[in-house]
Design a protein. Sequence first.
Length: 366
Amino acid sequence: MLGLAMNEPTHSGGPAGDRFFYGAQLGADQPLRGAIQAGMPRHLQELFQAGLTRRQQGYRGRFAPSPTGDLHRGNLRTALLSWLHARIQGGEWLLRLDDLDQPRNRPGAAARIQADLQWLGLDWDGPPLLQSRRRGLYASVLSSLRRGGSLYPCACSRRLLADISAPHGALTVYPGFCRQKTLGWGPSQGRLPSWRLRLPDAAIRWPEVSPWPGCLEGATEVGDVVLRRADGLVAYHLATAVDELSLGITTVVRGDDLWASTGAQVALMAVLGAGPPRYWHVPLWRDPQGQRLSKRAAAEGLEGLRQGGGDGAAVIGLLAASLGLVPGGSRLSARELCQQLQMSDLIATVHAEPTPIQPGPKAGEA
């Protein structure tokens, strides 16, 4: 693998023998290009080209929670960093609700997420975007990928993949059992196959703000990821990659547990013919035992802080102080915090004590 200058946008191609699978942001005047260009419907080409054009018009970020429960302090801190990164640069900040996995969504969670962000003064541009209203778009992209030969059906069950996982439950990259098989796309023995992306064996690179080079090896660190699940639902990687491109997102700020997912999504963007946005993977808020805060562990959200007497200014101060941006006990609004920060100070302070990336589940099985 070739070396990469930290934080520099990378480019596909290069000297003979280099194995890049993508990284360059395309200009507005460059045509959409990729493995499926010939088979992509015109409306998709126009949609993605509009997104690439929007990238040239200025910063556009997003915060994309799933309405599977209330936001906890860790989610809120990442939201604050994402909002600050956009507003300091005079950019737009979108709110997207990743609500495709309907069985996991909690009643009222989407409304509470919006109310919590508003209470903290984290305003967004335009109406909230719901992935559940974009299913037709995702289905069109899946069909185009399938026609172009970029997908293959996979009959492997979760139980089978769990049996071959590494010790202690750590998921391995999908070993490609079904890659060379001739399987049907429809139900077999009462079960639908999942659809996987046929990932080239190459390095996946992206522009990264954090102190680590944005790079993963496709074959050994990402693998052939699922784009349509065996229950028929569109997978997270496909919906996310399509949204980043079609909405013209220039920068994605999110937790460093999603590092492996970034490789999968950047790879898919390359197949669709476009370069990725810039990413900033920020440290997660961890408890005294070093475990990340999570909804599953019922980590404290705004309600508990409010019951303890905290108001919006106190909570913003708490979130900012946890990153070293202000002294402990500070009280200030999100807008006041934004006005007193410079971009270089924000990034340097957040990464004042860099810790190694601690990735979540392997991208191939997310």
